[in-house]
Write a protein that binds this ligand. Structure first.
Ligand code: GLN
Length: 586
């Protein structure tokens, strides 16, 4: 159960003003410096930021929901704090004193938060007035203790009216009964550390009964209206609406004394505007009926959070095309001959999912396991003209498949898949020369980098969707790349590299011309996708899977949005709202 905190570092901010500049910090009390070295099946996807920071997936949620660009410093870990304090100790900055968890680690945490909370995160370049601090983990964890103590002190540092503590707790239902004891125990533990919640957010699978709410209020020493329910919903975009219905805005206003601040009218209307748009989005999303079936072929499918940004991007694109996303998960090794022998049922199920998909996506990944299954899926998509999107490893897979089956390089492979890299006969994908083989963590080709579209790419559907730019910026995370020695041969055989890096040496995008959509990108476009601004590679892929890519491109060319598409619904709804609510007009 994680415990987010909200702290307002400065006093001048506005309550009903949604476009108030909001930032977010996620604290992960583990020892790793960052999420870069953690298995996705253990902790979910590793999210990558513009600055190349490899961070917890929650930063992706904050970037998507708040429409902000965060930095690696917005993700605090025990590893980062200790590294910082130990470096200072080695520099003699503590002037001979004994360095201790309290006060040195706890001070370092507070100083870090205060400094980072002020970093501008949106396109206004202005300092945020509000920072959401999410402290991950569970109350009572040994590793969380210094952070809890730091929060207790930060509450005093911020002063009354500038700090609000929200405790998130799960209310399990056992034998039909809603259980409040775990919440009571957690709050008691937090209180004994000197922290009392202003509000308790209850995660629950069903609406809480008045008895449950009263019990929580009574035993946790809060008012019943300070117990907010966060009920499971099919569409996460509904959550802000549910919170608003429970008066969260007025609770924030009271606790942070926001009513004492005069709201400038232009900011007030901007807030209303954003809110109206959000409501239209939820309404439009719940009315989608037609489906698009996408099969995701990967190796971390046992934990769906391993591909969180990928699934969100598919969802954004599907909504834009007016379709409900049906996502099927296939463990790529299930597509391999080995599984046909050892577990025929899984093998047939996996192939059924691939063969019946409207589109096939092979996302990023590391290591050898399952890569032959991915190559088989790419082969199916290419030869059967099924829309294919290859992300990072998925792009490398598409190139290997083409090299093997079209160029006749039957031994084509990646150095990553061979135990002794130098023995790979046809190393189509090679280790990047500048990457250090001895150390791990933060040393891949990371972060936002330009991709230049090549001279002869007038026909590229992907480039057209981006709006025919000369170059684009997307986020990267990889160690291997297409071997330059094979580029000419692959291009002559019909696999053009339509996007390259600025030096023209790194292959960034492959795209087949005579195919509904066969695109591989070395970058990870999912890190920049937004609900009202879907990532272009994902949008093209989903539109092709729905059979509406041509219409989308045509509409794009004329500078109009696709008729009857999702965004139009939202705009229409929004217009109606504007007519009924004068304040919603910007
Ligand atoms: N393992 C591949 C590489 O390091 C692909 C990485 C990825 O998919 N993020 O290049």
């Amino acid at each position: 159960m994680s415990s987010p905190w909200i702290v307002a570092p400065t006093q001048h901010w506005n309550p009903a003003d949604l476009p108030v500049h909001v930032s977010a910090i996620k604290i992960d009390p583990y020892m790793n410096i960052d999420a870069g070295t953690m298995a996705p099946t253990e902790h979910g996807e590793c999210f990558v930021l513009d600055d190349g920071g490899e961070v917890d997936l929650d930063l992706g949620n904050y970037e998507r929901y708040l429409n902000v660009t965060l930095t690696r410093e917005h993700n605090i870990t025990t590893g980062k704090i200790y590294q910082h304090v130990i470096n200072r100790e080695r520099q003699g900055k503590y002037l001979g004193r004994t360095v201790q968890v309290v006060p040195h680690i706890t001070d370092a945490i507070q100083d870090w938060i205060e400094r980072v909370a002020r970093i501008p995160v949106d396109d206004t370049g202005e300092e945020p007035e509000v920072c959401i601090i999410e402290l991950g983990g569970t109350v009572g964890d040994i590793e969380s203790a210094p952070f809890i103590e730091a929060m207790r002190q930060l509450r005093r540092r911020a002063g009354k009216g500038n700090f609000m503590q929200i405790h998130v707790s799960l209310i399990p239902v056992i034998g039909g009964e809603q259980k409040t004891k775990p919440t009571q125990a957690a709050i008691r533990e937090a209180r004994s550390s000197g922290l009392a919640p202003d509000l308790i957010a209850c995660r629950c699978s069903e609406a809480l009964t008045p008895t449950t709410i009263n019990k929580i209020a009574m035993f946790c020493q809060v008012e019943p209206e300070d117990v907010v329910q966060v009920v499971d919903v099919g569409l996460t975009y509904r959550v802000p609406l549910l919170l608003e219905q429970q008066n969260l805005v007025s609770l924030l206003t009271t606790t942070l004394q926001l009513d004492q601040i005069t709201i400038p009218p232009h900011l007030y209307s901007k807030g209303q505007n954003t809110w109206a748009r959000w409501k239209s989005l939820v309404h439009a999303a719940t009315t989608l009926h037609d489906e698009v079936k996408v099969t995701l072929v990967g190796k971390y499918t046992s934990l769906h959070d391993s591909y969180l940004s990928v699934t969100k991007s598919l969802e954004h694109a599907a909504m834009h095309c007016g379709r409900k996303l049906v996502l099927e998960w296939v463990d790529s090794s299930d597509l391999e001959q080995e599984t046909a022998k050892s577990n025929p049922a899984s093998y047939h199920r996996a192939w059924h999912m691939v063969c019946t998909a409207n589109g096939i996506i092979v996302p990023g990944g590391f290591g050898t396991r399952g890569t032959e299954g991915m190559i088989a899926a790419a082969n199916w998509a290419r030869t059967r003209k099924v829309p294919y999107l290859g992300i990072c490893l998925g792009m490398q897979i598409a190139v290997i498949e083409f090299a093997r089956n079209v160029c006749g390089l039957t031994e084509a492979t990646s150095e990553e898949f061979s135990e002794e890299a130098e023995k790979a006969k046809e190393p189509i994908i090679v280790f990047m020369p500048e990457i250090d083989k001895q150390t791990m963590g933060g040393n891949m080709r990371l972060g936002i980098r330009p991709t230049v579209f090549q001279q002869n790419t007038g026909w590229s559907k992907l480039r057209e969707l981006y709006g025919q730019p000369d170059q684009i910026l997307e986020r990267h995370r990889h160690r291997y790349e297409v071997n330059n020695k094979y580029v000419a041969q692959l291009e002559e055989a019909g696999l053009p590299f339509v996007g390259k890096d600025t030096a023209g040496e790194r292959m960034e995008v492959v795209e087949l011309k005579e195919h509904p959509w066969f695109v591989g990108v070395q970058y990870h476009p999912e890190y920049l996708s937004r609900v009202l601004k879907p990532s272009k590679p994902y949008l093209g892929f989903i539109a092709a899977a729905c059979g509406s890519l041509e219409r989308l491109l045509e509409a794009n060319k004329k500078g109009i949005s696709l008729a009857n598409n999702f965004t139009n619904h939202i705009e229409q709804d929004f217009d109606k709202l504007k007519l009924t609510n004068g304040e919603a007009t910007a």
